[in-house]
Design a protein around this ligand. Structure first.
Ligand SMILES: Nc1ncnc2c1ncn2[C@@H]1O[C@H](COP(=O)(O)OP(=O)(O)OP(=O)(O)O)[C@@H](O)[C@H]1O
Length: 650
């Protein structure tokens, strides 16, 4: 069936051209609107499949205003704009468009972008439907299990976590019983670790007396309908004590979603999903809960009335497991930390892993992007097939094509035999394209072609080879900025950005520093055969105050150094001050020739260290630092001696 397109564009010539191209390419045009008002009028008459939306329109309102409406109706839209400045891109990005075209664009770009947009739409619908069906099955199975309400609630919390984000999930019947608090819930304290919260736990944590809690309960309002509260809406009632206020203050929560259900006897039961992040819940979450309503009613009845066989009731306090490793997700073993931003990223990874969707992992260098990519592979049905990593920044531009797609014998000087590229090596599995933002525009086109056609062409070969590989890409670059500067293709960005996951920097999750430090300290002391007596308080203090530009990798290096230098009889200590080794040197006053030489040496030293880091510390061989710098390994080695570059500097 022909896809119906609405064109919202105030430039007559552009609009008529678009119309012609689309009609010839088998699309149906339902109208051309030149202003936001006209666009709305068309939308009321007939819903299009896709809207091409100019950002600046006649009249006061812009395309971005229309986009918000389209977003809530889940209609696919692609921005058309003559302006690709970072500010416009970021404003537009907030409305979650399915594509973006910078004017002037070619016919080919338009048709590719329409394809990408539709692919993203179908993909998200499929993923959503699959997820819903799975969730419904899992929730029904829990409500039919012969276990007590507390266990049932825990199982439900674990399953719901990645679909409806929360740090605290509470539930209970309404209206509240002021004499006795019967709400029950779970506080998330790790990726798969929960603490049971009910009256006794709440009184202990808040230090409240039972009478004070009764006063709070008496003042608590009851929502009749499903509603989302963000900190602004919650703050209005700041002076009045309430259960919600007590919980948000006690557990540093910022927002929550209330979902009431009516049980078969007419009684109300409410589910609350509290989060430490603001604006985390959306209408999509509400739509999902509505679809799950029947299962949630069945579960609520079991939580209130469902008695289990006494022998099966277990005491559930803190559900912990060894080393922070997850029981349900052993693939996350070795991922340390329980900051809510990290946990949200892990939730997304667990959610997307089973599907073939491409994933884009964003985050500063050293935040664990590769670790997450591996976990996604291991959590996917592809786990027994290869996982191939390619660092796009470390391979010289002249070699990358044959490295990725392979080459025929004689394709270029030195190609003495046919060689398979990384894509073919990853057949059936996952390819991790690290630092994808560093690829040349030419290579970006080839990756885009693979993502669209699932075909590759090896260097010097004529035929196309079908490969079945899932792409997980990562970058520490701001891709919107790279697009604005013309260094990254918008169409590739939209194709990859189907499922973005952002990893927090270490300074955003300082509460995890201690746990990470102890984890690495134990690891290195074990490796160096030294007993571990803990970490000196002064070292811990300095590490907590530091801003960690190199993130977890830098923290690991610091701990490794301290473990190397430790005498095996005392706590680990910092042997040198923490400084930002990547920061530009504070410009020094250069007065003498000697100052010039020192500045030159410092710059050369920093440069060599950065290349060595890219080459994973290797000086020689293919992709070694010498090759990347295009100098002889012996020259590089003598420079390293002269500039006093040691392994621990990397
Ligand atoms: N949550 C974590 N717990 C324990 N170790 C971690 C965690 N995250 C990352 N690491 C470790 O930190 C180091 C850097 O991680 P990784 O290579 O995955 O980062 P990255 O974001 O891919 O870095 P880059 O952008 O420089 O490629 C690795 O040794 C990894 O094992």
């Amino acid at each position: 069936m022909k896809k119906k397109v609405l064109i919202v564009e105030d430039e007559f010539i552009v609009a008529s051209n678009l119309r012609l191209v689309l009609l010839r390419s088998d699309y149906e045009i339902i109208g051309i609107a030149t202003s936001a008002d006209e666009a709305e009028a068309y939308l009321q008459k007939k819903l299009p499949d896709i809207v091409l939306l100019d950002i600046s329109l006649q009249g006061e309102r812009s395309g971005i205003d229309i986009a918000r409406k389209l977003q809530s109706k889940r209609i696919v839209f692609i921005y058309l704009s003559a302006n690709s400045s970072q500010r416009v891109l970021e404003e537009a990005k907030a409305t979650e468009p399915y594509g973006f075209l910078v004017k002037p664009f070619r016919k080919k770009d338009l048709l590719i972008m329409l394809d990408i947009a539709w692919y993203r739409y179908v993909n998200s619908i499929e993923t959503k439907t699959n997820q819903e069906t799975l969730l419904q099955k899992q929730l029904t199975a829990i409500s039919e299990e012969n276990i007590d309400g507390q266990q049932q609630l825990l199982k439900m919390a674990r399953i719901m976590q990645s679909y409806i984000p929360f740090d605290l999930m509470m539930s209970g019947s309404r209206p509240l019983n002021t004499a006795q608090f019967n709400d029950k819930g779970y506080l998330r304290i790790g990726f798969d670790e929960y603490q049971f919260i009910e009256e006794t736990a709440l009184l202990a944590i808040t230090n409240l007396k039972k009478t004070a809690l009764s006063v709070i309960l008496a003042n608590t309002h009851t929502d009749i309908n499903t509603i989302i509260y963000n900190s602004e809406s919650a703050r209005e009632k700041a002076n009045i004590p309430s259960l919600q206020k007590t919980l948000t203050e006690t557990f540093s929560l910022q927002s929550y979603l209330v979902f009431p259900v009516v049980l078969s006897n007419g009684q109300f039961f409410h589910y609350f999903f509290y989060s430490r992040q603001q604006h985390i819940h959306t209408n999509e979450h509400i739509a999902l809960l509505n679809d799950l309503r029947t299962c949630l009613v069945a579960l609520a009845e079991k939580i209130i009335y469902g008695a289990a066989t006494p022998g099966l009731i277990q005491k559930v306090g803190v559900i912990r497991n060894q080393q922070g490793a997850s029981v349900n997700y052993p693939e996350f073993r070795g991922v340390i930390g329980n900051h809510h931003l990290l946990l949200s990223a892990l939730d997304l990874a667990a959610q997307v892993a089973p599907y073939n969707t491409s994933v884009l992992i964003l985050g500063e260098s050293g935040t664990g992007k590769e670790k997450l990519a591996q976990a996604i592979h291991l959590l996917s049905p592809r786990k027994n097939a290869p996982y191939i990593k390619v660092n796009c920044a470390a391979i010289p531009a002249t070699l990358i094509e044959s490295e990725l797609f392979g080459h025929e014998k004689g394709a270029f000087t030195g190609a003495i035999e046919k060689r398979k590229g990384k894509f073919e090596q990853a057949e059936g599995g996952t390819i991790f394209l690290d630092e994808i933002g560093e690829l040349s525009l030419e290579m970006q086109v080839k990756i885009l072609r693979f993502l669209q056609e699932k075909e590759i062409q090896c260097v010097g070969g004529n035929s196309l080879i079908k490969v079945n590989v899932r792409v997980v890409a990562a970058t520490n670059r701001n891709l919107e900025k790279a697009i604005a500067e013309g260094n990254f293709r918008l169409d590739l960005y939209y194709r990859l950005n189907v499922f973005p996951i952002t990893l927090p920097s270490l300074k955003e999750r300082k509460s995890d520093i201690k746990e990470l430090a102890v984890y690495f300290a134990e690891k290195y002391c074990r490796e160096f055969n030294k007993p571990f007596y803990g970490i000196a308080a002064s070292m811990m203090e300095e590490m907590t105050a530091y801003h960690w530009p190199g993130n977890i990798r830098e923290l690991e290096n610091v701990i490794e150094q301290s473990a190397v230098l430790n005498d095996g009889q005392s706590k680990l200590e910092l042997k040198r001050k923490l400084t930002d080794r990547n920061a530009l040197p504070v410009s020094k006053v250069i007065k003498t020739l000697e100052d010039v030489k020192t500045a030159k040496d410092e710059t050369e030293r920093e440069y060599i260290i950065s290349i060595l880091r890219k080459a994973d510390g290797r000086v020689r061989g293919v992709n070694g630092a010498a090759q990347l710098m295009d100098i002889k390994p012996t020259t590089l080695e003598s420079k390293m001696i002269r500039l006093n570059i040691r392994r621990e500097d990397l």
